[in-house]
Design a protein around this ligand. Structure first.
Ligand code: PAF
Length: 531
């Protein structure tokens, strides 16, 4: 692991790495057996690292070849009367935690190095990034008006200096997350923001560097915040949708705890952060309160959407059959992502564009709209979902030999994947679907309630493929040839740069060698019913 305090040293190192000098990265902390693309992941922090940060680092470690952790207590996000001076600075402890977690680079600049005065935001004279007011005026922004411009400015600077492919932020700071997602979109920054779940103590207290300020008597009381949110969530689960009722539930719980001074409790739209009167699909229930001299925040996402099942796995593991049958058994939409790539391939072919002309294809895909429709003979409860693209029903056409021959060329193009991932996520907004592919749980629906990695040994998959070819009267390949090509396909899938194939965080690996399709389907259906 390397620690850099200056921008030239850090950028020189990253440039060397990006120009192909991959030996720079320590093979011990970064074993090549872990499938990773060549990307750089950034975890921005203000130090005083805890398990919450470590979970971001672990996610970054899973997704990237290089993991950078920045440690910088940013003066721009503190006002004169805030706790900047007492913010903890345990640099040696942080260094050790990073080392143990397999971080490649710590970037720990001084304020001067970043061109910032070492003073509260009001006294700093620097070009600022100002997020839209509608996102900053409510929730924490009401009592901390300089905070989010300070965060947006430093995060933009870090993105500029490090140029990460991905950046990791916790959902505990939900307003910060929404603002950074908006920042990246509005300024077209070429980085993917990865939201990560809030990590809690056993009693529910959300982890935060500020928890260190709590005295031994205050600490057990601090879980009251989470408990009050939980009480509202219980009502929500019973069908309550009114903001007033849900917010009052939190307030009445906290009224019984005189040691907690409530700053706000609000129910807002999770992306726009606008107050809502009732929850249609999703609502962010957010709270800030003081316990002694410590300010704590927490939130819960309340959503009405039905759960999502994401099924990933290598070729030949029986994903398509299992997914189709699970969808039918649970009456969920079968999001057949393979069919989506086929539909796009069909559209490219219709448009007579060369399969390798990536910019033209990117342009074409930008204007594509894919639809799924119930099967024509729905009354009998049978048949496949129909798929359309830009108003054309292509259910049959996408199964042609020409489409089959071209689909992998199209599916490997980053612009195509990006556009289709967006469409897939739009289908997921309402929930109630089962999606099958190679990156459903890792990339498209990382928040899916059930993430399954369906696999089987190479020998078993070769055996199944052999039997399948035989039953369809197709030319038979020798078993060892099949095994060889399946192993090769696995290697390509799990090491490719875009969305490598691997088990998602929180996913369940299901090795199906000794199971029948019926048993696999039954197991997944049961897991879903227990959610
Ligand atoms: O969440 C934090 O620790 C900080 O706000 C961040 C994102 C590192 C910016 O200083």
């Amino acid at each position: 692991m390397r620690l850099f305090k200056t921008i030239p040293a850090l950028t020189c190192y990253l440039e060397l790495y990006r120009s192909g000098n991959q030996d720079l990265i320590d093979p011990v902390t970064n074993p090549t057996s872990v499938p990773m693309d060549g990307g750089v992941g950034l975890v921005p922090t203000m130090g005083a690292l805890h398990q919450g940060h470590l979970s971001l680092i672990r996610q970054a470690r899973r997704d990237n070849r290089v993991v950078v952790v920045s440690i910088f207590v940013n003066p721009l996000q503190f006002s004169v009367n805030e706790d900047r001076d007492r913010y903890p600075h345990p640099m040696e402890g942080d260094r050790q935690l990073c080392q143990q977690a397999g971080v490649d680079i710590i970037f720990a600049p001084s304020p001067e190095e970043l061109g910032i005065q070492d003073a509260p935001s009001e006294l700093c004279d620097i070009t600022m990034v100002i997020p839209p007011q509608e996102l900053t005026r409510g929730l924490c922004g009401r009592s901390r008006p300089n905070h989010f411009p300070g965060v947006a400015t430093i995060v933009t600077k870090l993105f500029q200096i490090i140029q990460p492919d991905r950046a990791y932020f916790g959902r505990k700071d939900a307003q910060q997350l929404a603002i950074i997602q908006r920042l990246v979109m509005d300024l077209n920054l070429p980085v993917e923001v990865i939201p990560c779940p809030t990590i809690r103590e056993v009693d529910g207290l959300a982890l935060s560097s500020r928890n260190q300020y709590l005295s031994a008597t205050e600490r057990p009381m601090a879980s009251a915040l989470y408990q009050s949110l939980n009480a509202a969530e219980e009502l929500f689960k019973k069908g309550e949708r009114s903001t007033q009722v849900l917010v009052n539930q939190v307030k009445s719980q906290l009224e019984e705890k005189p040691f907690i001074q409530l700053e706000y409790v609000e129910l807002v739209d999770p992306d726009q952060l606008k107050p809502i009167k009732t929850i249609q699909n999703r609502g962010l229930l957010a709270i800030a309160a003081h316990l002694g001299s410590t300010r704590l925040i927490d939130n819960l996402l309340l959503q009405t959407r039905q759960p999502i099942i994401a099924i990933d796995g290598p070729a030949g593991a029986g994903k398509s059959t299992v997914t189709r049958r699970v969808a039918k058994a649970l009456n969920l939409l079968h999001l057949d992502t393979g069919a989506m790539y086929r539909a796009v391939t069909w559209w490219v072919m219709q448009s007579q564009v060369e399969m390798t002309d990536q910019p033209t294809i990117a342009e074409l895909i930008h204007h594509c709209e894919i639809e799924f429709h119930p099967p024509l003979n729905q009354l009998e409860g049978e048949g496949e979902m129909r798929i359309g693209i830009n108003g054309h029903d292509v259910t049959q056409a996408i199964r042609s030999r020409e489409v089959t021959a071209n689909v992998s060329t199209i599916a490997s193009q980053p612009a195509v994947r990006k556009a289709l991932v967006k469409q897939q996520q739009r289908f997921g907004e309402q929930g109630g679907l089962v999606a099958e592919g190679r990156d459903m749980g890792t990339h498209v629906f990382p928040d899916a309630e059930l993430k399954i990695f369906l696999t089987a040994s190479v020998a078993e998959r070769a055996r199944r493929r052999h039997a399948d070819l035989l039953s369809r009267g197709q030319p038979i390949q020798h078993l060892s040839e099949l095994e060889h090509s399946i192993a090769e396909r696995d290697r390509q899938d799990s090491t490719r740069r875009v969305s490598p194939l691997r088990l998602a965080a929180g996913g369940i690996e299901f090795i199906t060698d000794d199971y029948t399709i019926d048993q696999v389907v039954e197991k997944i259906v049961n897991l879903y019913r227990q959610l």
